[in-house]
Design a protein around this ligand. Structure first.
Ligand SMILES: Nc1nc2c(c(=O)[nH]1)N[C@H]1C(S)=C(S)[C@@H](COP(=O)(O)OP(=O)(O)OC[C@H]3O[C@@H](n4cnc5c(=O)[nH]c(N)nc54)[C@H](O)[C@@H]3O)O[C@H]1N2
Ligand SMILES: Nc1nc2c(c(=O)[nH]1)N[C@H]1C(S)=C(S)[C@@H](COP(=O)(O)OP(=O)(O)OC[C@H]3O[C@@H](n4cnc5c(=O)[nH]c(N)nc54)[C@H](O)[C@@H]3O)O[C@H]1N2
Ligand code: SF4
Ligand SMILES: [Mo]
Length: 875
């Protein structure tokens, strides 16, 4: 048998967003893995976005944590596990169960999550287990529970395709749920009469190809939807559904009475005509899906936002039928699975919360030794308790709080102060792992087995297709081992994830009798290894449409409409701007995986802030200069990206950059830890910061085969297809350039150095070439460095370079610079696409035919559309 014939394709699920695309992974003879979309998976039918497509490039062992470490030294598993169990036990004995905590993640598999939750809530006896889902889904969970009595997402992806109006609220679907977005656009192409609209303070790429964009004032959503409710009631849109299956209708409508168009205009900053259009469309369209995400959840009034949206669907009865419903899309691959097991501190297990009856029931099922009796601390309170010395031991799994939590500098200090910090991760190169006493090597995607649940409640298998690297172990195994060493062996007998899944499925059906939405007991007896993607509930094998005839999970079976009061308009203090934060298309969170691929790093190669040109002018901030954002003692320094898409008075910065990739890019250091009072979810999108030019005397850009030592006042680096690239800045010019370069770049005697300088402009270039191969190039300038970056990056892969062209920083007239990469799949840059448009390509397909851009995964198609639009404006 040849090696090629031995290649076995494994069906698994993407480890990134909540769309939950099916993937076919085929390990190759050369050690690489071929990745393709699974045509048989009902989430994606074979499609993948840029991140999914590039998964094969993230699997290298560079930076992987391969062995347990204790205080920096390598250790055996036995020693590390004994230590973790021992220190947790000691803390519990001395200070009680609430002195220990687990901080987990929607990126754990359901089996990992189930075991962690059971250990804390059934055996340690504390509910101090919370997760990054607090930062992500908590307001949706709370809103669902208030309205439906349960945390139920009633919709399916087909509902978006079948709808006549899709309202995206605070969701950048084009970048954050790309395959779902493409399904939506494909549906609109088939049925052009279908309307799509976006409600977002910024004009994101998700605004392209929509029928209406409402550039709402930050946190104006409640006023908008309360005004919609008033309009719907006045237009007679209330239905039999509402009178039969909903209570609280009158109160909710009465509370909306004062919110006429004039008042909503004031609170949202939107044009009255746009408001009227939206209200009319919503009122006249039966099939409406409202898709919402972090612009809704990550707010101090996030839960009210959720209920203001759900109210409109309940009044009109637009729920529980095809093509309609409120639809909270989940962010992480297993955000939904985490909610199922009870990973949040205020949930117990299997969608049960802390009532005496459920505590007794779950305790009996688990044969628990010590049940938690009350909810534990949510993430923000958990780290505050740690800072106050009340948490003596914490175990962080699959998340990077020093980067992703609000008030991140305080979180860092809390971890520094905590007597015992354990971090389970696949890499030690995270800002949180740097502060761990014990590092445990977790087997990541590709090396572990389990299940995840996507945004439409579909459970899919993640399957291993690689052997664990080094001594990495799956999270469920690690937790099980610690539980046994803490003396709970009888309740943690698991040898496989299948056993854990079976127990989880049994608990979901245990004394359920239709009273709880989450029930997958119908899967018991299925072959775990062969499990096909399936939506819950799965009761005795039948899958139903939820809420078709009411059937809500409240005591009386009726849904609740709530009276909602819009908050006062968000007005930053004088001299401050609103800091909005979120994601870019090609990076995933704190970049531990996407930061390894040059393709995904080329879309945005350094941390940045988007600012409206008028604000920039007012603040004396020039294009591509560096900007200082600050709040109290915390600051970041990032690149200024001037953009008319940005709302005036607000700036937008991505959450992704960490201390591993940039000198001062951790944006969450600036985000205040203000939380929603109902859900305890932090308002990550509405901080107040000062924005000013960051004074520097010199900017730099480098490419190098080996990453240089980075210690300038500003730096940011990214991988290149070969070697690395980066941006630098100095407050004072180094006195001796050749010494400076020699101390930082990895040069040997054979490297020939050359340099040129232009005294008038103050620009200088340096290059090191060895046997015709570029080893490094450095360009410095008193202004932002004006060189052809993508071309220079590409020169690292060239066999024989032209030293003069390198020093000039330009390829010459014959070879244009492709510009920042827009199409990650085919590495097509912005300049190439612009050129095609100028030559007459009228639409995205024509650009694709001319340049290949947008012809593979399609995630960049909206961006190409936006380039076409901006070129049309310019010419
Ligand atoms: N490429 C990529 N995709 C991802 C992720 C990633 O890291 N990278 N992460 C995944 C995860 S975990 C999540 S939670 C999702 C998040 O997915 P999204 O929620 O779609 O993404 P965000 O960029 O966080 O925020 C969405 C939008 O909310 C807007 N917004 C801010 N304030 C307001 C407001 O007051 N009202 C309204 N209506 N909108 C507002 C922002 O301008 C932003 O464009 O993405 C998932 N998908
Ligand atoms: N300002 C601002 N802050 C935000 C947000 C925002 O929009 N704005 N969004 C928030 C949201 S919605 C989210 S979901 C969070 C995300 O923020 P985080 O959860 O902190 O980000 P990740 O980078 O996904 O962290 C996952 C970690 O788990 C590791 N890992 C990967 N696979 C495994 C595994 O199998 N096992 C283990 N043990 N570890 C693994 C990765 O290497 C990485 O270090 O950020 C939140 N923070
Ligand atoms: S849309 Fe992209 S990131 Fe999300 S699951 Fe699918 S391939 Fe993965
Ligand atoms: Mo998230």
């Amino acid at each position: 048998m040849t090696q090629a014939a031995a290649a076995i394709t494994v069906r698994t699920t993407c480890p990134y967003c909540g769309v939950g695309c099916g993937i076919l992974a085929t390990p190759q003879a050369d050690g690489s893995v071929a990745i393709a979309g699974d045509p048989g998976h009902p989430a994606n039918f074979g499609r993948l976005c840029s991140k999914g497509t590039a998964l094969g490039e993230t699997l290298s062992l560079t930076d992987r944590l391969l062995r347990p470490r204790i205080e920096g030294r390598e250790a055996h598993w036995d020693e590390a596990l004994d230590l973790v169990a021992g220190r947790f036990r000691e803390a519990i004995q001395a200070f009680g169960p609430d002195s220990v905590a687990i901080y987990g993640s929607g990126q754990l598999l359901t089996e990992d999550y189930y075991v962690a939750n059971k250990l804390m809530k059934g055996f340690v006896g504390s509910a101090n287990i919370d997760t990054n889902s607090r930062l992500c889904m908590a307001s949706s969970v709370a809103g669902h529970k208030r309205a439906f009595g349960s945390d139920t997402v009633p919709g399916n992806y087909e509902d978006l395709e079948a709808a006549d109006l899709v309202v995206l609220v605070g969701s950048n679907l084009a970048w954050c749920h790309p395959v779902l977005h493409q399904r939506l656009l494909a549906a609109k192409a088939r049925r052009p009469q279908m309307r799509i609209m976006l409600i977002d303070p910024r004009r994101t790429v998700s605004a392209e190809l929509t029928d209406l964009h409402l550039p709402i004032q930050p946190d104006g959503d409640i006023a908008l939807f309360v005004g919609l409710l008033r309009h719907l009631a006045a237009a007679g849109a209330a239905t039999d559904f509402a009178s039969k299956y909903v209570v609280g209708t009158d109160g909710a409508v009465a509370a909306a009475a004062a919110w006429d168009i004039a008042r909503v205009t004031e609170a949202t900053g939107l044009a009255p005509t746009d408001l009227e259009t939206f209200y009319r469309w919503f009122a006249e369209t039966e099939r409406v899906v409202t898709v919402y995400s972090q612009g809704v959840n990550q707010s101090a009034t996030g839960t009210d936002k959720v209920n203001a949206i759900i109210n409109c669907h309940l009044l009109t009865g637009r729920i529980g039928r095809p093509g309609m419903g409120p639809f909270s899309v989940t962010g992480q691959p297993n955000a939904m699975g985490g909610r199922e097991v009870g990973g949040l501190a205020n949930m117990l297990a299997a969608h049960m919360d802390f009532s005496p009856e459920t505590i007794e029931r779950v305790g009996r099922f688990w044969k628990a030794e010590r049940m938690a009796e009350t909810p534990g601390l949510g993430a923000v309170d958990l780290f505050a308790a740690m800072a106050a010395g009340r948490i003596k031991a914490v175990w962080i799994m699959g998340t990077n709080p020093v980067v992703s939590m609000p008030d991140a500098d305080a979180v860092r200090d809390a971890l520094k102060a905590c007597p015992f910090v354990v971090v389970s991760d696949m890499t030690e190169r995270t800002d949180s792992a740097q502060l761990a006493h014990v590092l445990l090597p977790a087997a990541p995607w590709g090396e572990k087995d389990g299940t995840v649940t996507n945004s439409e409640r579909r459970i899919s298998r993640q399957r291993a297709f690689l052997a664990p690297a080094g001594q990495a172990k799956p999270d469920w195994w690690i937790i099980t081992q610690v539980a046994r060493r803490m003396g709970f062996g009888a309740a943690f007998p698991y040898e496989t994830p299948a056993e854990i899944f079976a127990e989880h499925a049994r608990l979901s059906g245990f004394e359920n009798e239709g009273r709880r939405d989450f029930d997958i007991s119908g899967l018991l007896g299925e072959n775990y290894d062969l499990l096909e993607p399936v939506q819950w509930p799965v009761r005795e094998k039948s899958v139903e449409r939820l809420f078709a005839d009411g059937g809500f999970y409240t005591p009386d079976g009726k849904a609740r409409m709530l009276p909602i009061e819009p908050p006062p308009v968000l007005n930053p203090a004088p001299g401050r701007m609103v800091l909005n934060t979120g994601r870019v298309r090609d990076h995933w969170h704190t970049m531990t995986r996407t930061g390894k691929t040059a393709r995904l790093s080329a879309h945005y190669a350094e941390p940045f802030v988007e600012i409206h040109p008028e604000d920039a002018r007012r603040l004396n901030i020039r294009k591509a200069s560096l900007v200082r954002l600050a709040r109290g003692d915390s600051e970041t320094v990032v690149r200024a990206l001037l953009s008319e898409r940005q709302r005036k008075g607000s700036v937008f910065a991505p959450m992704h950059w960490t201390g591993q990739f940039a000198s001062k890019g951790r944006i969450d250091a600036l985000v205040a830890a203000k939380v929603d009072p109902v859900s305890a979810q932090p308002a990550l999108k509405m901080s107040e910061v000062t924005v000013e030019p960051w004074r520097t005397s010199l900017y730099g850009f480098f490419v190098a085969l080996e990453r240089p030592r980075l210690d300038t006042d500003y730096w940011a680096w990214a991988p290149a297809p070969r070697g690395t690239r980066g941006e630098l800045a100095w407050r004072a010019e180094p006195a001796d350039w050749s010494a400076w370069i020699g101390e930082r770049f990895h040069l040997d005697a054979k490297t020939k150095m050359s340099s040129v300088g232009d005294p008038r402009s103050g620009r200088r270039s340096f290059a090191g070439i060895r046997h015709g191969q570029l080893v490094f190039a450095l360009f410095v300038s008193p202004d932002p460095v004006p060189v052809a970056r993508e071309w220079i990056v590409g020169q690292l892969s060239v066999e024989k370079v032209d030293g003069l062209k390198i020093l000039a920083g330009r390829p010459g007239a014959d070879m244009p610079d492709s510009g920042p990469i827009v199409c990650a799949c085919h590495a097509v840059g912005r300049n190439v696409i612009r050129e095609a448009i100028r030559r007459g390509c009228p639409d995205v397909d024509a650009v694709g035919a001319a340049t290949k851009a947008g012809t593979n995964c399609g995630a960049c198609r909206t961006e190409i559309a936006s380039l076409i639009r901006s070129e049309a404006i310019l010419t």
